[in-house]
Write a protein that binds this ligand. Structure first.
Ligand code: IMP
Length: 422
């Protein structure tokens, strides 16, 4: 019996899900995004070129793969228009291979304004949002006030839009945010909606459930487990369920239809935006990780905060999603450090624990590290496990034992070729 496999991030996002989803895609006929929106930036590198996808699933460059934007995703017509144009330019058959759920919610221009206005109003306490309108759109969805993609086809769409806009502009004004031209935003939005209507829209839950018996399906997560709305470092989180539970309500499938869960993590940790990050390195080692790993946001260009791998957080994420296959990314970045560290436990207010504390934001969390001898060899040229240096093998052996799971794939560079299978 076929099941839907899942690929998701185990840290604070930016683990390299784009590369792996693209690498795994040839094994699947359907790739489906189940949450998030254009806050994501999935980088795919092949034939010497990098392609960044924000809302479109990572299978779009493979022929004969259907890419589903599920009901759990939030879609900005303006952003996806330019993304579609970029992807068509790069040779993908988007008209044939992209399918939207009519139930996915629409990011309106005022949602973006509200995101900016509320971050502005928060001052130093800001979330560090990507300002793509994600939070306000999900808030309207849950508040039963949202607009769905299927509404674009409704004769009263413009009236509905105007009513919501009026309400939201009042709020934006209340928050004191003035820096926008609503007429230009409206025009851009309606042009993008017309463009979008040319594509395929369906109740994709029927499509996906109907395809399970005959097709291999991969659900592609965005952001990371530690940004999950329920289990992440609240309130410094995104507004959707990024863990495997999100697949069920983000695509409309039953839990027993979930198969393998691929959990992706970097060989170290990064975080973009504000919020707690226990193993963050604020010294030159963190700076070196950022430089070597080119840790700048694919979506916003912001420098990412860097630190050592955190096993407390990783074990938590594995537990929450029932991960059974681990994938380690950017292993090559750790070469040339004299020592490589891993956070194995926390000291919270003086007491040692291996659990994530309830209030990660306000507790004093001090990581307890285990140290490994570094390696100087260049991993980017390794193509099989036996090419890898012994010190690095010792490092991953320790991780596999601690996490009680084998590391199924080791990535040693951005290209499809730079991928070592167990
Ligand atoms: P939002 O989802 O844009 O509202 O941002 C909320 C938090 O999640 C911020 O700290 C963002 O930097 C972070 N975030 C959102 N999307 C991503 C992502 O794809 N990768 C990494 N961090 C993200």
């Amino acid at each position: 019996m076929n099941k839907i496999d899942v690929v998701l991030g185990l840290q604070w996002g930016d683990e390299g899900k784009g590369k792996i989803a693209d690498f795994l895609t040839p094994n699947y006929q359907i790739i489906a995004r189940f949450q998030g929106g254009p806050n994501a930036g999935h980088s795919l590198k092949f034939n010497g070129k990098t392609h960044v996808l924000n809302t479109i699933p990572s299978g779009i460059f493979h022929e004969n793969t259907t890419n589903v934007i599920g009901n759990g995703v939030v879609v900005d017509p303006v952003r996806i228009k330019s993304e579609i144009e970029r992807v068509i330019d790069a040779g993908a058959d988007v008209r044939q291979n992209l399918l939207f759920s009519k139930k996915a919610h629409v990011i309106l221009p005022t949602h973006r304004l509200l995101d900016a206005a509320s971050e502005h109003a928060k001052g130093d306490a800001k979330i560090g949002s990507t300002l793509r309108g994600i939070g306000p759109t999900y808030r309207d969805k849950i508040g039963r006030n949202g607009v769905r993609l299927g509404d674009l086809f409704h004769p009263n769409f413009k009236q509905k839009y105007e009513a919501i806009k009026k309400e939201q502009l009042a709020l934006v004004e209340f928050l004191g945010y003035k820096d926008f031209d609503i007429i230009a935003l409206d025009q851009e939005f309606f042009e993008a909606c017309e463009f979008l209507k040319e594509f395929k829209f369906e109740d994709t839950e029927y499509f996906i459930n109907g395809a399970i018996p005959t097709h291999k399906i991969l659900a592609e997560g965005a952001q990371g487990s530690m940004l999950d709305i329920d289990f992440g470092s609240y309130p410094f989180v995104t507004s959707s369920n990024t863990i495997s539970g999100g697949v069920c309500n983000g695509l409309g499938i039953a839990p027993q239809n979930i198969g393998d869960v691929y959990g992706i993590f970097k060989a170290y940790c990064t975080r973009v935006g504000s919020g707690p990050f226990p193993s963050e390195l604020l010294d030159e080692t963190g700076e070196l990780l950022r430089k070597k790993g080119n840790e700048f946001g694919a979506t916003t260009g912001r420098p990412r905060r860097c630190g050592w791998l955190d096993l407390v957080a990783l074990k938590y994420a594995i537990m929450l999603s029932g991960v059974n296959r681990l994938i380690m990314m950017k292993s090559d970045v750790l070469s040339e450090f004299d020592e490589v560290k891993v956070a194995v436990a926390y000291k919270v207010n003086g007491t040692e624990t291996n659990q994530i504390p309830y209030d990660l934001c306000n507790e004093t969390v001090e990581p307890i590290y285990k140290s490994f001898k570094g390696w100087s060899e260049d991993l980017t040229i390794c193509r099989k496990k036996s090419d890898l240096p012994q010190n690095f093998l010792d490092y991953i052996q320790y991780l596999e034992t601690e996490l009680a799971l084998p590391i199924h794939i080791i990535s040693v560079g951005p290209d499809r070729e730079q991928t070592i299978l167990d």
